[in-house]
Design a binder for this molecule. Structure first.
Ligand code: GLA
Length: 418
């Protein structure tokens, strides 16, 4: 009994000394990520926890946690710098990310921006003739101040487009009209509205933005003729595509580059339908400069070879290729599971391997793409957190605390990858 008590006392003494040593060392030696990395949510949670413990009168027993705030790593390489001999590196942003830590991270890491939502039709012209420029301008100004190039996304889409475009002069849905004469008049009205939308926007930004997504996601192999069965297509056939490119070229002049943007362009069926469409348009003199490959991929697929093969095919047609919305989900497409709070290290390593494979292939095929734009910059802000289900996602090169992930090192300097 006496011996056990003695051992217990020695153990207590050691623990006490150890805890005093730890609290005296400031930010803590074994904290791999130096101080200043807690996300705003984590900081709030820890403040809350401290408040609760003081309510219980227990706070003296635990040393007060040092207050930390997130920070951006300035002592690491820059993506844009690392790829300066190959292509610009971009990121999609919301206007409120043009200040604060995300802005610092962007300024350090990228040299091109695109608006995640602020330049879509519903944001810019929510009601007819009523153009809202504030949000788009914020991004334009931030890019200019920071010396970054800009892309425009997107002049035409079937989503995030207000209903008024598709209502006739009396406010009825154009799609319901059965009279052929009235249908023809509606088509004219719709194309006129599109023309005005495009000329107004391109006219405003043509000096600041040189790269434009003119149409987004117009091909859908499962729909009739392989063309997405959108209201645009149902009301005008492919005339809306032609009108859009011609209006953009006329308003913007020869210096701006005009793209058809789409997802799953690596899929041979979709790729070939898009190719056929682009070729048909080029043969008619429609001014298309390139293909935007969204490249929302996952750690499971598609194979990098298929991505490269698709780009080569479009290049043979004389078109430029851009990666416009790159991110890499941690889950296969049909997988609805959730890693929860902590993503396993081996999953992040697999993600890094695949990012490296992609960037190595792009470097090996220098000139095949003229830019790589991520759909976001750090894992704290990604559309994949709520799509296709709400769960933990981490598709980008920086984690939710703005710190470089294995994937960052894999594409920038693999020798530093732990
Ligand atoms: C598509 C669109 C983007 C964006 C993403 C999801 O890829 O082109 O504008 O909406 O979906 O956020």
């Amino acid at each position: 009994m006496q011996i056990k008590k003695g051992i217990a006392m020695v153990v207590c003494l050691i623990l006490l000394l150890a805890s005093a040593a730890c609290s005296g060392s400031g930010s803590g030696g074994n904290n791999v990520r130096s101080s200043g990395n807690a996300s705003p949510i984590e900081s709030a949670a820890s403040e809350n926890a401290t408040a609760q413990s003081s309510d219980n009168g227990k706070q003296e027993s635990a040393p007060a946690e040092e207050k930390t705030s997130p920070s951006v790593q300035m002592d690491i390489p820059s993506l844009a710098e690392a790829y300066k001999d190959y292509f610009p590196i971009g990121a999609a942003i919301e206007p409120n990310q043009s200040s604060g830590l995300t802005a610092d991270l962007l300024k350090k890491q990228v040299n091109m921006l695109v608006a995640e939502n602020a330049m879509k039709p519903a944001s810019i012209q929510p009601t007819e003739g009523d153009f809202h420029w504030e949000q788009a301008d914020e991004i334009v100004n931030f890019a200019k101040e920071s010396g970054m190039a800009l892309r425009f996304h997107t002049l035409v889409w079937h989503n995030q487009t207000p209903d008024w475009f598709f209502q006739d002069a009396e406010g009825k849905p154009m799609a319901d009209e059965t009279d052929p004469k009235k249908r023809e008049a509606n088509k004219k009205l719709l194309l006129k509205r599109l023309d005005t939308h495009i000329r107004t926007i391109v006219g405003r930004y043509k000096n600041d933005i040189k790269s434009w997504d003119v149409v987004n996601e117009v091909v859908e192999p499962a729909d009739p003729d392989g063309m997405r069965n959108s209201l645009w297509y149902r009301l005008t056939g492919t005339d809306y595509i032609e009108t859009a490119f011609r209006a953009a070229r006329e308003a913007g002049g020869p210096d701006i580059k005009l793209y058809m943007n789409d997802y799953s362009t690596d899929d041979p069926t979709k790729r070939d339908r898009l190719y056929e469409l682009a070729k048909g348009m080029l043969d008619k003199g429609v001014p298309i400069d390139g293909i935007g490959h969204q490249t929302h991929i996952s750690i499971e697929g598609p194979p990098v070879d298929a991505i490269i093969a698709s780009m080569k095919k479009f290049k043979e047609l004389g078109l430029d290729n851009l990666i416009t919305e790159l991110d890499m989900s941690l889950y296969a497409w049909n997988d609805r599971s959730d890693y929860g709070a902590e993503v396993p290290e081996d999953v992040l390593e697999r993600q890094a391997d695949r990012y490296r494979e992609l960037f190595d292939a792009l470097k090996a095929n220098k000139g095949l793409v003229s830019g790589v734009v991520f759909w976001g910059i750090s894992d704290d802000h990604t559309w994949l957190s709520t799509f296709p289900v709400t769960r933990t996602e981490a598709p980008l090169l920086f984690d939710k605390n703005y710190q470089a992930k294995p994937a960052f090192w894999a594409v920038v300097d693999p020798s530093k990858r732990n």
